[in-house]
Design a protein around this ligand. Structure first.
Ligand SMILES: [Zn+2]
Length: 641
Protein backbone atom coordinates (compact mmCIF):
# COMPACT_ATOMS: atom_id res chain seq x y z
CA UNK A 1 0.00 0.00 0.00
CA UNK A 2 1.12 3.61 0.46
CA UNK A 3 4.63 4.16 1.65
CA UNK A 4 7.60 6.46 1.42
CA UNK A 5 9.60 3.65 -0.21
CA UNK A 6 12.03 4.64 -2.89
CA UNK A 7 10.25 4.93 -6.21
CA UNK A 8 9.60 7.05 -9.28
CA UNK A 9 7.37 10.07 -9.88
CA UNK A 10 4.21 7.90 -9.84
CA UNK A 11 3.67 5.10 -7.35
CA UNK A 12 0.08 3.81 -7.32
CA UNK A 13 -1.06 1.54 -4.49
CA UNK A 14 -2.45 -0.80 -7.12
CA UNK A 15 -1.35 -1.26 -10.73
CA UNK A 16 -0.81 -3.94 -13.37
CA UNK A 17 2.90 -3.08 -13.54
CA UNK A 18 4.99 -1.88 -10.61
CA UNK A 19 7.11 1.22 -11.37
CA UNK A 20 10.81 1.08 -10.51
CA UNK A 21 12.71 3.53 -8.32
CA UNK A 22 15.98 5.33 -8.92
CA UNK A 23 17.85 2.55 -7.14
CA UNK A 24 16.38 -0.10 -9.46
CA UNK A 25 17.04 1.31 -12.90
CA UNK A 26 20.03 3.23 -14.22
CA UNK A 27 20.62 4.57 -17.72
CA UNK A 28 24.12 3.35 -18.64
CA UNK A 29 24.77 4.64 -22.16
CA UNK A 30 23.42 5.95 -25.44
CA UNK A 31 21.44 9.07 -26.21
CA UNK A 32 19.60 9.12 -22.89
CA UNK A 33 22.78 8.96 -20.82
CA UNK A 34 24.21 11.75 -22.94
CA UNK A 35 21.10 13.87 -22.33
CA UNK A 36 21.07 13.05 -18.60
CA UNK A 37 24.70 14.17 -18.36
CA UNK A 38 23.87 17.33 -20.31
CA UNK A 39 21.06 17.94 -17.83
CA UNK A 40 23.32 17.41 -14.83
CA UNK A 41 26.24 19.42 -16.16
CA UNK A 42 24.52 22.23 -18.06
CA UNK A 43 20.71 22.47 -17.95
CA UNK A 44 20.25 22.49 -14.15
CA UNK A 45 22.87 25.22 -13.77
CA UNK A 46 21.47 27.16 -16.73
CA UNK A 47 18.00 27.22 -15.14
CA UNK A 48 19.30 28.24 -11.74
CA UNK A 49 21.61 30.96 -13.10
CA UNK A 50 18.80 32.51 -15.14
CA UNK A 51 16.37 32.49 -12.24
CA UNK A 52 18.93 34.07 -9.93
CA UNK A 53 19.82 36.75 -12.47
CA UNK A 54 16.24 37.84 -13.15
CA UNK A 55 15.16 37.72 -9.52
CA UNK A 56 12.74 34.78 -9.54
CA UNK A 57 14.63 32.95 -6.78
CA UNK A 58 15.17 36.26 -5.00
CA UNK A 59 11.37 36.58 -4.72
CA UNK A 60 11.56 34.04 -1.88
CA UNK A 61 14.28 36.05 -0.07
CA UNK A 62 12.30 39.29 -0.40
CA UNK A 63 9.09 37.57 0.74
CA UNK A 64 10.90 36.11 3.78
CA UNK A 65 12.31 39.54 4.63
CA UNK A 66 8.91 41.24 4.32
CA UNK A 67 10.21 43.29 1.39
CA UNK A 68 8.33 41.80 -1.58
CA UNK A 69 5.80 44.67 -1.88
CA UNK A 70 6.30 46.14 -5.37
CA UNK A 71 9.46 44.10 -5.88
CA UNK A 72 8.16 40.77 -7.18
CA UNK A 73 10.00 39.65 -10.30
CA UNK A 74 8.32 37.83 -13.18
CA UNK A 75 4.72 36.77 -13.78
CA UNK A 76 2.69 35.53 -10.83
CA UNK A 77 3.51 31.81 -11.16
CA UNK A 78 7.30 31.84 -11.38
CA UNK A 79 7.51 30.04 -8.00
CA UNK A 80 6.61 26.90 -9.95
CA UNK A 81 9.84 27.11 -11.98
CA UNK A 82 11.94 27.01 -8.82
CA UNK A 83 9.91 23.98 -7.65
CA UNK A 84 10.40 22.17 -10.96
CA UNK A 85 14.12 22.88 -10.71
CA UNK A 86 14.15 21.47 -7.15
CA UNK A 87 12.31 18.40 -8.42
CA UNK A 88 14.86 18.00 -11.23
CA UNK A 89 17.73 18.32 -8.75
CA UNK A 90 16.16 15.73 -6.44
CA UNK A 91 15.78 13.18 -9.24
CA UNK A 92 19.31 13.91 -10.43
CA UNK A 93 20.67 13.38 -6.89
CA UNK A 94 18.72 10.12 -6.73
CA UNK A 95 20.29 9.04 -10.01
CA UNK A 96 23.81 10.12 -9.21
CA UNK A 97 24.64 11.64 -5.79
CA UNK A 98 26.98 14.64 -6.01
CA UNK A 99 28.12 16.75 -3.06
CA UNK A 100 28.11 20.05 -4.97
CA UNK A 101 24.58 19.59 -6.30
CA UNK A 102 23.37 18.42 -2.87
CA UNK A 103 24.65 21.67 -1.34
CA UNK A 104 23.00 23.76 -4.04
CA UNK A 105 19.76 21.81 -3.58
CA UNK A 106 19.72 22.29 0.20
CA UNK A 107 20.55 25.99 -0.04
CA UNK A 108 17.71 26.55 -2.52
CA UNK A 109 15.25 24.53 -0.41
CA UNK A 110 16.16 26.69 2.62
CA UNK A 111 15.43 29.90 0.72
CA UNK A 112 12.02 28.51 -0.29
CA UNK A 113 11.26 27.32 3.25
CA UNK A 114 12.14 30.73 4.72
CA UNK A 115 9.24 32.29 2.78
CA UNK A 116 6.61 29.96 4.26
CA UNK A 117 4.15 31.80 6.45
CA UNK A 118 3.27 30.60 9.98
CA UNK A 119 0.00 29.02 8.81
CA UNK A 120 1.73 27.05 6.07
CA UNK A 121 0.82 29.28 3.11
CA UNK A 122 3.67 29.77 0.66
CA UNK A 123 3.50 31.97 -2.42
CA UNK A 124 5.56 35.00 -3.42
CA UNK A 125 2.83 36.72 -5.49
CA UNK A 126 -0.16 36.79 -3.15
CA UNK A 127 -1.26 37.67 0.34
CA UNK A 128 1.50 39.93 1.60
CA UNK A 129 1.16 43.70 2.10
CA UNK A 130 0.76 45.40 -1.26
CA UNK A 131 -0.12 42.14 -3.04
CA UNK A 132 -3.48 40.75 -4.16
CA UNK A 133 -5.18 38.77 -1.35
CA UNK A 134 -4.69 35.01 -1.22
CA UNK A 135 -7.01 33.04 -3.51
CA UNK A 136 -8.38 36.23 -5.07
CA UNK A 137 -7.55 35.13 -8.62
CA UNK A 138 -8.17 31.40 -8.87
CA UNK A 139 -8.96 31.66 -12.60
CA UNK A 140 -5.56 32.96 -13.68
CA UNK A 141 -3.37 33.28 -10.57
CA UNK A 142 -1.97 29.73 -10.60
CA UNK A 143 -1.67 29.67 -6.80
CA UNK A 144 -2.64 26.02 -6.31
CA UNK A 145 -0.76 25.11 -9.49
CA UNK A 146 2.45 26.36 -7.87
CA UNK A 147 1.67 24.38 -4.71
CA UNK A 148 1.30 21.27 -6.84
CA UNK A 149 4.78 21.69 -8.24
CA UNK A 150 6.14 22.10 -4.71
CA UNK A 151 4.41 18.85 -3.71
CA UNK A 152 5.91 17.01 -6.68
CA UNK A 153 9.36 18.33 -5.77
CA UNK A 154 8.83 17.06 -2.21
CA UNK A 155 7.72 13.66 -3.50
CA UNK A 156 10.90 13.41 -5.60
CA UNK A 157 12.93 14.07 -2.45
CA UNK A 158 10.95 11.46 -0.44
CA UNK A 159 11.18 8.85 -3.18
CA UNK A 160 14.94 9.30 -3.38
CA UNK A 161 15.29 8.58 0.31
CA UNK A 162 15.26 11.96 2.09
CA UNK A 163 12.50 13.09 4.41
CA UNK A 164 14.00 16.50 5.06
CA UNK A 165 13.17 20.20 4.71
CA UNK A 166 11.15 20.37 1.49
CA UNK A 167 8.83 17.45 2.40
CA UNK A 168 8.19 19.20 5.74
CA UNK A 169 7.37 22.46 3.96
CA UNK A 170 5.08 20.53 1.59
CA UNK A 171 3.17 18.84 4.43
CA UNK A 172 2.56 22.18 6.19
CA UNK A 173 1.38 23.75 2.94
CA UNK A 174 -0.83 20.76 2.07
CA UNK A 175 -2.42 20.91 5.53
CA UNK A 176 -3.11 24.60 4.99
CA UNK A 177 -4.68 23.96 1.56
CA UNK A 178 -6.77 21.14 3.00
CA UNK A 179 -8.11 23.52 5.65
CA UNK A 180 -8.96 26.12 3.02
CA UNK A 181 -10.34 23.91 0.22
CA UNK A 182 -11.36 20.67 1.98
CA UNK A 183 -14.93 19.48 2.54
CA UNK A 184 -15.69 22.34 4.93
CA UNK A 185 -13.68 24.96 3.05
CA UNK A 186 -14.31 27.03 -0.07
CA UNK A 187 -15.77 24.91 -2.88
CA UNK A 188 -13.32 26.08 -5.53
CA UNK A 189 -10.62 24.82 -7.90
CA UNK A 190 -7.49 26.30 -9.49
CA UNK A 191 -7.66 27.60 -13.07
CA UNK A 192 -4.61 25.51 -13.92
CA UNK A 193 -4.85 21.84 -12.89
CA UNK A 194 -1.67 20.33 -11.42
CA UNK A 195 -2.33 20.15 -7.67
CA UNK A 196 -4.68 17.17 -8.18
CA UNK A 197 -2.02 14.64 -9.26
CA UNK A 198 0.50 16.22 -6.89
CA UNK A 199 -1.82 15.76 -3.89
CA UNK A 200 -2.45 12.11 -4.79
CA UNK A 201 1.28 11.47 -5.02
CA UNK A 202 1.90 13.33 -1.74
CA UNK A 203 -0.79 11.13 -0.16
CA UNK A 204 0.91 8.05 -1.56
CA UNK A 205 4.33 9.15 -0.32
CA UNK A 206 3.23 10.28 3.15
CA UNK A 207 0.27 7.98 3.87
CA UNK A 208 -1.96 11.00 4.50
CA UNK A 209 -5.52 10.16 3.36
CA UNK A 210 -6.70 13.79 3.63
CA UNK A 211 -4.52 14.78 0.67
CA UNK A 212 -6.19 12.15 -1.51
CA UNK A 213 -9.65 13.26 -0.32
CA UNK A 214 -8.81 16.84 -1.28
CA UNK A 215 -7.59 15.76 -4.73
CA UNK A 216 -10.87 13.90 -5.24
CA UNK A 217 -12.83 17.03 -4.30
CA UNK A 218 -10.86 19.11 -6.82
CA UNK A 219 -11.59 16.56 -9.56
CA UNK A 220 -15.31 16.36 -8.69
CA UNK A 221 -15.71 20.16 -8.49
CA UNK A 222 -14.14 20.76 -11.89
CA UNK A 223 -16.67 21.39 -14.63
CA UNK A 224 -19.34 22.61 -12.21
CA UNK A 225 -18.78 26.31 -12.94
CA UNK A 226 -16.89 27.27 -9.78
CA UNK A 227 -14.48 29.34 -11.89
CA UNK A 228 -15.46 32.62 -13.50
CA UNK A 229 -15.73 32.93 -17.27
CA UNK A 230 -12.40 32.92 -19.09
CA UNK A 231 -11.93 35.06 -22.23
CA UNK A 232 -11.13 31.84 -24.12
CA UNK A 233 -14.23 30.10 -22.74
CA UNK A 234 -14.77 27.53 -19.99
CA UNK A 235 -13.31 24.76 -22.14
CA UNK A 236 -9.92 26.53 -21.89
CA UNK A 237 -9.53 25.41 -18.27
CA UNK A 238 -11.77 22.33 -18.53
CA UNK A 239 -14.55 23.87 -16.47
CA UNK A 240 -17.12 23.26 -19.22
CA UNK A 241 -18.20 19.80 -18.01
CA UNK A 242 -17.34 17.31 -15.25
CA UNK A 243 -14.20 15.27 -15.90
CA UNK A 244 -16.11 11.99 -15.87
CA UNK A 245 -18.47 13.18 -18.60
CA UNK A 246 -15.82 14.44 -21.03
CA UNK A 247 -15.08 12.21 -24.02
CA UNK A 248 -11.92 13.90 -25.28
CA UNK A 249 -9.03 16.11 -24.20
CA UNK A 250 -9.83 19.72 -25.02
CA UNK A 251 -8.91 23.28 -24.21
CA UNK A 252 -5.45 24.31 -23.02
CA UNK A 253 -3.34 21.23 -23.67
CA UNK A 254 -1.12 21.24 -20.57
CA UNK A 255 -4.11 21.92 -18.32
CA UNK A 256 -6.11 19.13 -19.98
CA UNK A 257 -3.34 16.55 -19.63
CA UNK A 258 -2.41 17.45 -16.03
CA UNK A 259 -6.09 17.25 -15.12
CA UNK A 260 -6.53 13.86 -16.79
CA UNK A 261 -3.42 12.58 -14.98
CA UNK A 262 -4.82 13.71 -11.63
CA UNK A 263 -8.22 12.23 -12.44
CA UNK A 264 -6.67 8.86 -13.24
CA UNK A 265 -4.65 8.98 -10.01
CA UNK A 266 -7.82 9.68 -8.01
CA UNK A 267 -9.69 6.95 -9.88
CA UNK A 268 -6.90 4.44 -9.17
CA UNK A 269 -6.79 5.15 -5.44
CA UNK A 270 -10.56 5.29 -4.95
CA UNK A 271 -11.49 2.38 -7.24
CA UNK A 272 -13.58 4.68 -9.43
CA UNK A 273 -13.92 2.61 -12.61
CA UNK A 274 -16.19 5.13 -14.32
CA UNK A 275 -13.68 7.95 -13.91
CA UNK A 276 -10.78 5.73 -15.06
CA UNK A 277 -12.80 4.70 -18.11
CA UNK A 278 -13.50 8.34 -18.97
CA UNK A 279 -9.78 9.14 -18.88
CA UNK A 280 -8.96 6.14 -21.09
CA UNK A 281 -11.59 7.30 -23.57
CA UNK A 282 -10.22 10.85 -23.55
CA UNK A 283 -6.69 9.58 -24.23
CA UNK A 284 -7.88 7.33 -27.07
CA UNK A 285 -9.86 10.10 -28.76
CA UNK A 286 -7.00 12.59 -28.54
CA UNK A 287 -4.42 10.04 -29.73
CA UNK A 288 -6.53 9.15 -32.77
CA UNK A 289 -7.56 12.66 -33.78
CA UNK A 290 -5.63 15.40 -32.00
CA UNK A 291 -1.98 14.34 -31.93
CA UNK A 292 0.88 15.24 -34.28
CA UNK A 293 3.15 12.55 -35.72
CA UNK A 294 5.82 13.76 -33.25
CA UNK A 295 3.50 13.04 -30.31
CA UNK A 296 3.14 16.81 -29.85
CA UNK A 297 -0.31 18.16 -29.02
CA UNK A 298 -2.00 21.53 -29.32
CA UNK A 299 -2.53 23.32 -32.63
CA UNK A 300 -3.87 26.63 -31.34
CA UNK A 301 -1.38 29.38 -30.56
CA UNK A 302 -3.76 31.88 -28.98
CA UNK A 303 -5.00 29.61 -26.18
CA UNK A 304 -2.28 26.91 -26.38
CA UNK A 305 -5.12 24.48 -26.92
CA UNK A 306 -5.97 21.20 -28.60
CA UNK A 307 -7.59 21.92 -31.95
CA UNK A 308 -10.69 20.20 -33.28
CA UNK A 309 -10.45 16.64 -34.56
CA UNK A 310 -7.83 16.42 -37.35
CA UNK A 311 -7.01 20.11 -37.03
CA UNK A 312 -3.26 19.50 -37.12
CA UNK A 313 -1.57 22.04 -39.38
CA UNK A 314 2.17 21.39 -39.64
CA UNK A 315 3.30 25.00 -39.89
CA UNK A 316 1.00 26.23 -37.15
CA UNK A 317 1.72 23.38 -34.75
CA UNK A 318 2.03 24.73 -31.22
CA UNK A 319 2.96 21.36 -29.72
CA UNK A 320 4.31 22.92 -26.52
CA UNK A 321 7.13 21.00 -24.89
CA UNK A 322 5.24 20.98 -21.58
CA UNK A 323 2.20 19.45 -23.30
CA UNK A 324 4.41 16.64 -24.63
CA UNK A 325 5.76 16.07 -21.12
CA UNK A 326 2.23 16.10 -19.71
CA UNK A 327 1.19 13.57 -22.36
CA UNK A 328 4.04 11.29 -21.23
CA UNK A 329 2.87 11.69 -17.63
CA UNK A 330 -0.68 10.65 -18.56
CA UNK A 331 0.40 7.76 -20.79
CA UNK A 332 2.71 6.45 -18.06
CA UNK A 333 -0.14 6.39 -15.54
CA UNK A 334 -2.35 4.55 -18.05
CA UNK A 335 0.44 2.07 -18.83
CA UNK A 336 0.86 1.25 -15.14
CA UNK A 337 -2.90 0.99 -14.62
CA UNK A 338 -3.76 -1.15 -17.66
CA UNK A 339 -0.51 -2.79 -18.80
CA UNK A 340 -1.43 -1.93 -22.41
CA UNK A 341 1.45 -1.45 -24.84
CA UNK A 342 -0.15 1.41 -26.80
CA UNK A 343 0.60 3.79 -23.97
CA UNK A 344 4.31 2.94 -24.09
CA UNK A 345 4.21 3.50 -27.86
CA UNK A 346 2.99 7.07 -27.42
CA UNK A 347 5.53 7.68 -24.63
CA UNK A 348 8.33 6.61 -26.99
CA UNK A 349 7.09 8.78 -29.86
CA UNK A 350 6.59 11.81 -27.64
CA UNK A 351 9.85 11.59 -25.70
CA UNK A 352 12.03 11.12 -28.77
CA UNK A 353 10.28 13.48 -31.17
CA UNK A 354 8.69 16.22 -29.10
CA UNK A 355 10.36 16.48 -25.69
CA UNK A 356 13.88 15.75 -26.92
CA UNK A 357 13.47 18.38 -29.67
CA UNK A 358 13.24 21.16 -27.09
CA UNK A 359 16.78 21.51 -25.68
CA UNK A 360 19.51 22.71 -28.03
CA UNK A 361 22.47 20.33 -28.39
CA UNK A 362 24.48 22.44 -25.90
CA UNK A 363 21.61 22.55 -23.34
CA UNK A 364 21.56 26.35 -23.19
CA UNK A 365 18.42 27.12 -25.20
CA UNK A 366 14.98 25.54 -25.59
CA UNK A 367 11.97 25.34 -27.82
CA UNK A 368 8.70 26.22 -26.15
CA UNK A 369 6.68 25.36 -29.27
CA UNK A 370 7.66 22.58 -31.65
CA UNK A 371 6.46 23.30 -35.16
CA UNK A 372 6.56 20.63 -37.86
CA UNK A 373 7.25 23.14 -40.62
CA UNK A 374 9.63 26.05 -40.07
CA UNK A 375 8.89 28.36 -43.01
CA UNK A 376 11.39 31.10 -42.22
CA UNK A 377 14.83 30.71 -40.70
CA UNK A 378 14.84 31.97 -37.12
CA UNK A 379 16.91 34.85 -35.83
CA UNK A 380 19.92 34.23 -33.66
CA UNK A 381 18.78 35.50 -30.26
CA UNK A 382 20.80 37.37 -27.69
CA UNK A 383 21.82 34.72 -25.16
CA UNK A 384 21.03 37.18 -22.34
CA UNK A 385 17.59 38.30 -23.51
CA UNK A 386 14.26 37.03 -22.26
CA UNK A 387 12.10 35.69 -25.06
CA UNK A 388 8.42 35.55 -25.83
CA UNK A 389 7.44 31.95 -25.94
CA UNK A 390 6.69 31.30 -29.58
CA UNK A 391 8.22 34.16 -31.46
CA UNK A 392 11.41 32.72 -32.91
CA UNK A 393 12.39 29.97 -35.24
CA UNK A 394 15.37 29.23 -33.03
CA UNK A 395 15.54 28.01 -29.46
CA UNK A 396 15.65 30.69 -26.77
CA UNK A 397 17.78 30.70 -23.59
CA UNK A 398 14.87 31.70 -21.34
CA UNK A 399 11.27 32.88 -21.60
CA UNK A 400 8.96 35.34 -19.86
CA UNK A 401 6.78 32.29 -19.18
CA UNK A 402 9.53 29.71 -18.81
CA UNK A 403 7.63 26.54 -17.99
CA UNK A 404 9.35 24.37 -20.58
CA UNK A 405 13.09 24.42 -19.64
CA UNK A 406 12.51 23.34 -16.04
CA UNK A 407 9.96 20.76 -17.21
CA UNK A 408 12.62 19.35 -19.57
CA UNK A 409 15.10 19.29 -16.67
CA UNK A 410 12.87 17.27 -14.34
CA UNK A 411 11.92 14.91 -17.17
CA UNK A 412 15.50 14.22 -18.27
CA UNK A 413 16.60 13.64 -14.66
CA UNK A 414 13.90 10.98 -14.21
CA UNK A 415 13.49 9.65 -17.77
CA UNK A 416 15.01 6.22 -17.08
CA UNK A 417 12.23 5.53 -14.57
CA UNK A 418 9.80 5.30 -17.51
CA UNK A 419 11.76 2.57 -19.32
CA UNK A 420 10.84 -0.63 -17.46
CA UNK A 421 8.51 -2.03 -14.79
CA UNK A 422 8.20 -5.18 -12.72
CA UNK A 423 5.50 -7.60 -11.60
CA UNK A 424 5.56 -10.43 -9.07
CA UNK A 425 6.99 -12.82 -11.63
CA UNK A 426 8.75 -10.75 -14.25
CA UNK A 427 10.18 -7.62 -15.80
CA UNK A 428 8.68 -5.59 -18.63
CA UNK A 429 10.88 -3.55 -20.95
CA UNK A 430 8.77 -0.71 -22.40
CA UNK A 431 11.48 1.56 -23.80
CA UNK A 432 14.79 0.62 -25.36
CA UNK A 433 18.24 2.09 -24.94
CA UNK A 434 21.20 1.26 -22.77
CA UNK A 435 20.26 0.67 -19.13
CA UNK A 436 20.47 -1.71 -16.19
CA UNK A 437 17.58 -3.03 -14.09
CA UNK A 438 18.04 -4.62 -10.65
CA UNK A 439 14.85 -5.46 -8.82
CA UNK A 440 13.49 -8.02 -6.41
CA UNK A 441 10.66 -10.29 -7.56
CA UNK A 442 8.79 -12.90 -5.53
CA UNK A 443 11.41 -15.55 -6.41
CA UNK A 444 14.47 -13.35 -5.82
CA UNK A 445 16.60 -10.63 -7.33
CA UNK A 446 16.94 -10.20 -11.06
CA UNK A 447 19.50 -8.00 -12.81
CA UNK A 448 19.32 -7.23 -16.54
CA UNK A 449 21.66 -5.20 -18.71
CA UNK A 450 19.95 -3.80 -21.79
CA UNK A 451 22.50 -2.83 -24.44
CA UNK A 452 21.66 -0.96 -27.62
CA UNK A 453 22.40 2.10 -29.68
CA UNK A 454 18.62 2.56 -29.95
CA UNK A 455 17.09 4.70 -31.42
CA UNK A 456 20.02 4.87 -33.87
CA UNK A 457 19.88 1.07 -34.24
CA UNK A 458 17.05 -1.43 -33.92
CA UNK A 459 19.18 -4.19 -32.41
CA UNK A 460 18.81 -4.71 -28.66
CA UNK A 461 20.57 -7.21 -26.43
CA UNK A 462 19.23 -8.13 -22.98
CA UNK A 463 21.86 -9.85 -20.85
CA UNK A 464 20.79 -11.75 -17.74
CA UNK A 465 23.31 -10.72 -15.10
CA UNK A 466 21.57 -12.26 -12.12
CA UNK A 467 18.37 -14.31 -11.84
CA UNK A 468 16.74 -16.67 -9.34
CA UNK A 469 16.44 -20.35 -10.27
CA UNK A 470 12.73 -19.98 -10.93
CA UNK A 471 10.51 -19.37 -13.92
CA UNK A 472 10.29 -15.67 -14.82
CA UNK A 473 8.51 -13.71 -17.52
CA UNK A 474 10.58 -11.29 -19.59
CA UNK A 475 8.29 -9.06 -21.64
CA UNK A 476 9.64 -6.99 -24.51
CA UNK A 477 7.50 -4.34 -26.15
CA UNK A 478 7.22 -4.48 -29.93
CA UNK A 479 6.76 -0.85 -31.00
CA UNK A 480 3.75 -0.14 -33.20
CA UNK A 481 6.02 0.76 -36.12
CA UNK A 482 7.76 -2.67 -35.91
CA UNK A 483 4.60 -4.75 -35.63
CA UNK A 484 5.03 -8.18 -37.23
CA UNK A 485 8.68 -7.63 -38.08
CA UNK A 486 10.50 -8.14 -34.77
CA UNK A 487 13.12 -10.90 -34.88
CA UNK A 488 13.92 -12.68 -31.61
CA UNK A 489 17.04 -14.75 -30.97
CA UNK A 490 15.07 -17.64 -29.52
CA UNK A 491 11.77 -19.45 -29.37
CA UNK A 492 9.33 -20.32 -27.99
CA UNK A 493 7.84 -17.06 -26.97
CA UNK A 494 4.33 -15.70 -26.70
CA UNK A 495 3.76 -13.05 -29.32
CA UNK A 496 1.00 -10.46 -29.37
CA UNK A 497 0.92 -7.43 -31.69
CA UNK A 498 2.34 -5.22 -28.94
CA UNK A 499 4.86 -7.42 -27.16
CA UNK A 500 6.80 -10.67 -26.94
CA UNK A 501 6.94 -12.59 -23.67
CA UNK A 502 9.52 -15.25 -22.81
CA UNK A 503 8.59 -17.32 -19.77
CA UNK A 504 11.18 -19.78 -18.47
CA UNK A 505 14.14 -20.14 -16.11
CA UNK A 506 16.89 -17.67 -17.11
CA UNK A 507 20.55 -18.39 -16.50
CA UNK A 508 23.04 -15.69 -15.49
CA UNK A 509 25.29 -14.85 -18.43
CA UNK A 510 22.84 -15.59 -21.22
CA UNK A 511 21.59 -12.95 -23.62
CA UNK A 512 18.35 -12.52 -25.52
CA UNK A 513 18.53 -10.40 -28.65
CA UNK A 514 15.64 -8.67 -30.35
CA UNK A 515 15.90 -6.85 -33.67
CA UNK A 516 13.58 -4.29 -35.21
CA UNK A 517 13.87 -2.99 -38.80
CA UNK A 518 16.41 -0.22 -39.40
CA UNK A 519 15.06 0.75 -42.83
CA UNK A 520 13.44 4.15 -43.15
CA UNK A 521 9.77 4.00 -44.07
CA UNK A 522 7.10 6.26 -45.56
CA UNK A 523 4.12 7.40 -43.50
CA UNK A 524 0.99 8.95 -45.02
CA UNK A 525 -1.49 11.08 -43.07
CA UNK A 526 -5.18 10.35 -42.65
CA UNK A 527 -6.89 12.36 -45.43
CA UNK A 528 -9.00 14.07 -42.77
CA UNK A 529 -5.90 15.96 -41.63
CA UNK A 530 -6.67 18.65 -44.22
CA UNK A 531 -3.51 20.70 -43.81
CA UNK A 532 -1.13 17.92 -44.88
CA UNK A 533 -3.08 16.12 -47.63
CA UNK A 534 -0.86 15.10 -50.53
CA UNK A 535 2.24 14.82 -48.37
CA UNK A 536 4.19 12.07 -46.63
CA UNK A 537 6.65 11.84 -43.76
CA UNK A 538 9.69 9.61 -43.39
CA UNK A 539 10.29 7.70 -40.18
CA UNK A 540 13.16 5.46 -39.15
CA UNK A 541 12.63 3.28 -36.13
CA UNK A 542 10.97 5.45 -33.49
CA UNK A 543 12.33 8.66 -35.02
CA UNK A 544 10.42 11.12 -37.16
CA UNK A 545 12.79 12.53 -39.79
CA UNK A 546 12.86 16.05 -41.19
CA UNK A 547 14.23 17.87 -44.22
CA UNK A 548 16.29 20.88 -43.18
CA UNK A 549 17.57 23.66 -45.43
CA UNK A 550 21.34 23.15 -44.76
CA UNK A 551 20.97 19.78 -46.51
CA UNK A 552 19.46 21.29 -49.68
CA UNK A 553 21.49 22.72 -52.60
CA UNK A 554 22.25 26.46 -52.29
CA UNK A 555 19.26 28.56 -53.24
CA UNK A 556 16.72 25.79 -52.63
CA UNK A 557 13.96 26.26 -50.09
CA UNK A 558 12.04 23.62 -48.10
CA UNK A 559 8.80 25.51 -48.85
CA UNK A 560 9.21 25.01 -52.61
CA UNK A 561 10.04 21.35 -53.04
CA UNK A 562 8.28 18.06 -53.63
CA UNK A 563 9.76 14.63 -52.95
CA UNK A 564 9.57 11.09 -54.26
CA UNK A 565 8.49 8.59 -51.57
CA UNK A 566 9.87 5.71 -53.67
CA UNK A 567 13.40 7.12 -53.68
CA UNK A 568 14.18 6.70 -49.98
CA UNK A 569 17.44 4.89 -49.25
CA UNK A 570 18.83 3.84 -45.87
CA UNK A 571 22.56 3.35 -45.38
CA UNK A 572 25.02 3.54 -42.52
CA UNK A 573 25.51 7.20 -43.39
CA UNK A 574 21.83 7.99 -42.94
CA UNK A 575 18.62 8.35 -44.90
CA UNK A 576 18.52 10.08 -48.29
CA UNK A 577 15.70 11.00 -50.67
CA UNK A 578 15.15 12.64 -54.08
CA UNK A 579 13.63 16.07 -53.84
CA UNK A 580 12.47 18.17 -56.79
CA UNK A 581 12.18 21.88 -57.36
CA UNK A 582 9.16 22.43 -59.64
CA UNK A 583 9.61 24.79 -62.56
CA UNK A 584 7.60 28.02 -62.37
CA UNK A 585 4.16 27.69 -63.95
CA UNK A 586 4.37 29.05 -67.54
CA UNK A 587 1.19 31.10 -67.15
CA UNK A 588 2.25 32.62 -63.83
CA UNK A 589 -0.75 31.11 -62.06
CA UNK A 590 -0.59 28.20 -59.56
CA UNK A 591 -3.97 26.57 -60.33
CA UNK A 592 -4.57 24.33 -63.36
CA UNK A 593 -7.19 21.92 -64.75
CA UNK A 594 -4.91 18.87 -64.46
CA UNK A 595 -2.36 17.70 -61.88
CA UNK A 596 1.20 18.91 -62.47
CA UNK A 597 3.29 16.59 -64.62
CA UNK A 598 6.72 18.19 -64.52
CA UNK A 599 8.86 17.20 -61.57
CA UNK A 600 11.42 19.94 -62.20
CA UNK A 601 15.03 19.93 -61.11
CA UNK A 602 16.20 16.99 -58.94
CA UNK A 603 18.56 16.84 -55.94
CA UNK A 604 19.53 13.97 -53.65
CA UNK A 605 19.36 15.07 -50.04
CA UNK A 606 19.78 13.86 -46.50
CA UNK A 607 17.03 13.67 -43.86
CA UNK A 608 17.81 14.18 -40.17
CA UNK A 609 16.03 13.16 -36.96
CA UNK A 610 13.47 15.87 -36.23
CA UNK A 611 14.73 16.28 -32.67
CA UNK A 612 18.15 17.35 -33.99
CA UNK A 613 16.76 20.23 -36.03
CA UNK A 614 17.99 23.80 -35.72
CA UNK A 615 21.36 22.89 -34.30
CA UNK A 616 23.19 24.31 -37.34
CA UNK A 617 22.08 27.94 -37.11
CA UNK A 618 19.01 29.55 -38.70
CA UNK A 619 17.31 27.07 -41.02
CA UNK A 620 13.99 26.18 -42.57
CA UNK A 621 12.64 22.68 -41.99
CA UNK A 622 9.68 20.45 -42.72
CA UNK A 623 8.47 17.01 -41.67
CA UNK A 624 5.63 16.53 -44.18
CA UNK A 625 6.94 16.47 -47.76
CA UNK A 626 4.63 17.12 -50.74
CA UNK A 627 4.48 14.09 -53.06
CA UNK A 628 6.06 14.93 -56.44
CA UNK A 629 4.27 14.11 -59.75
CA UNK A 630 4.70 10.48 -60.89
CA UNK A 631 7.86 9.74 -62.93
CA UNK A 632 5.82 8.68 -65.96
CA UNK A 633 2.73 10.83 -66.27
CA UNK A 634 -0.39 8.69 -66.30
CA UNK A 635 -2.48 9.15 -69.46
CA UNK A 636 -5.58 11.15 -68.71
CA UNK A 637 -8.29 8.68 -67.81
CA UNK A 638 -11.67 8.96 -69.51
CA UNK A 639 -14.62 9.73 -67.31
CA UNK A 640 -16.73 6.70 -66.57
CA UNK A 641 -20.40 7.02 -65.85
ZN1 LIG B 1 5.89 24.96 -21.26
Amino acid sequence: MWSAEPGGPVHPSTSVWRPLGAGEIQVTGGIWQQKQQLNAEVILGHCQTWMERIGWIGNFDRAAAGAIDGRHSGIEFVDSEIYKLLEAMAWELGRQPAAGLERRYCALAERVAAAQEPDGYLHTSFGRPGQPPRYSSLETGHELYCFGHLFQAAVARLRTGHDDLLPQVARRLADHVEGQFGASGRGAVCGHPEIEMALVELARATGEQRYLDLARLFIERRGTGTLGVHPFGREYFQDDMPVRRATTLRGHAVRALYLASGALDVATETGDAELAGAVRQQWAHAAARRTYITGGVGSHHQDEAFGDDFELPADRAYAETCAGIASVMLSWRLLLATGEDKYADLIERTLLNNVLASPRADGRAFYYTNTLHQRTPGLVLDEHELSHRAESGLRAPWFEVSCCPTNVARTLASVGLYFATASDDGVQLHQYGDYRVTTTLAAGTVTLQVSSAYPASGTISVKIVEAPAAELALRLRVPGWARGSAVLSESPATRTPGHIEIRRIFLPGESIDIRFPDQARVTYPDPRVDAIRGTFAVEQGPLVLALESPDLPPGWNVNEIAADPESIATSRAGVTIDVYRPAPAPDGWPYHPAPAENRGERARTQLIPYHQRANRGPATMRVWLPVCPPATPVAAAGLSA
